[in-house]
Design a protein. Structure first.
Length: 349
């Protein structure tokens, strides 16, 4: 079969009809721009009843790190990337790829003797049964799920003493901001105020459940994410995380946590996001996840709804990186800064 395929012309319309039990596509579909439905139609025609189609393809997250680095380098180094961003990577929300007109149902009843064996395949996005995103990303997610399948014992999320947590929380922002900020620390009953502030800022060390419930590192006990919210974010965005913390400590599951926060947002039991809400994440000691670890010092801006286009985020030469957060109903914009909160220069890569 491979020998036969090697001699075929490069065309989306393959000359097969009910010829194969399986069709596999590797790193191709995301490059098909002109007629993205054509290769899927060919796969449909080529499959025998009961056959299967599987495809590996790129997604936004697969190239996000490379692209963000190119954007940063083009800004700092004053040069443009050597090649344009691949517009064929389509995504309407994290983990969900979309293509025009590719929802389809396949039913085949060839003869009466085949009536019990007709094939029904519902393809969401690109391929059969499940939406698959970047194979490497999926493998990474599966590995992390295996590492953190459930909540760890509470003491693994706590820090050894209050003063250490205060110092780590304050490292999120320059001292000119954090020294006058309120500081909260995590205990067995949740977050409590350890230091009263005078400038309206709130500094805390977030744990892993600050991520979306779909994040494979949601229960990672190693995460320590120092963050200083400005007054607007302290009043209207931080309460979401503080609510999630109470639910975690009450033993709620990820499904229950999501349902409770979604209900609270829907019923306006949580405050409406205020304009100009933002935060500092500039700690050299931050541990954001097992892959990125301390990543880069950066600022984050919180905006209601999907606002990436209005900010010019993720465009060539733009230093603004956008991340849609549907669970908290915001778009988060990230901007790298050149120094850590203590003034030390940050790495360029």
């Amino acid at each position: 079969m491979i020998v036969r395929a090697a001699g075929l012309p490069i065309t989306p319309a393959l000359p097969f009809e009910c010829a194969f039990d399986a069709v596999f596509s590797n790193a191709v579909l995301h490059w098909v721009k002109g007629d993205p439905d054509a290769p899927l139609a060919s796969a449909y025609r080529a499959l025998r009843p009961g056959g299967r189609f599987a495809g590996e393809l790129g997604g936004h997250a697969c190239v996000a790190a490379i692209w963000s680095r190119m954007v940063y380098s083009s800004t700092v180094g004053k040069y443009q990337p050597a090649f344009p961003r691949a517009q064929a990577f389509r995504m309407n929300r994290p983990g969900r790829l979309t293509y025009p007109s590719v929802w389809f149902t396949i039913r085949r009843d060839y003869e009466a003797r085949m009536r019990k064996n007709h094939l029904k395949i519902i393809a969401s996005g690109f391929f059969v049964v499940a939406v698959l995103v970047c194979a490497m990303g999926q493998a990474q997610a599966q590995a992390e799920k295996a590492l953190y399948p459930a909540k760890a014992p509470l003491d693994q999320y706590l820090m050894p003493d209050k003063n250490s947590e205060i110092a780590l929380a304050r490292s999120a922002a320059p001292a000119s901001i954090s020294e006058q900020a309120e500081v909260m620390v995590l205990g067995s009953d949740g977050y409590t105020t350890a230091v009263k502030g005078s400038n309206g800022f709130l500094c805390i060390v977030e744990r892993s459940w600050g991520a979306a419930t779909t994040d494979p590192g949601f229960w990672n006990p190693r995460v320590r994410a120092p963050i200083c919210f400005n007054p607007a974010a302290a009043k209207t965005f931080a309460p979401i995380y503080l609510m999630k913390t109470k639910l975690v400590l009450a033993g709620k599951s990820k499904t229950e946590i999501l349902a409770a926060t979604d209900s609270a947002l829907q019923k306006k039991e949580l405050p409406v996001l205020a304009p100009a809400a933002m935060c500092y994440m500039m700690s050299k000691q931050q541990y954001l996840n097992d892959e990125g670890k301390s990543w880069h010092p950066h600022l984050m801006f919180f905006v209601s709804s999907d606002a990436a286009k209005t900010w010019g985020a993720d465009l060539p030469g733009s230093p603004v990186i956008a991340a849609d957060d549907p669970q908290e109903r915001v778009t988060i914009f990230m901007v790298w800064v050149a120094k850590w909160s203590d003034g030390a220069p940050a790495p360029h890569s």
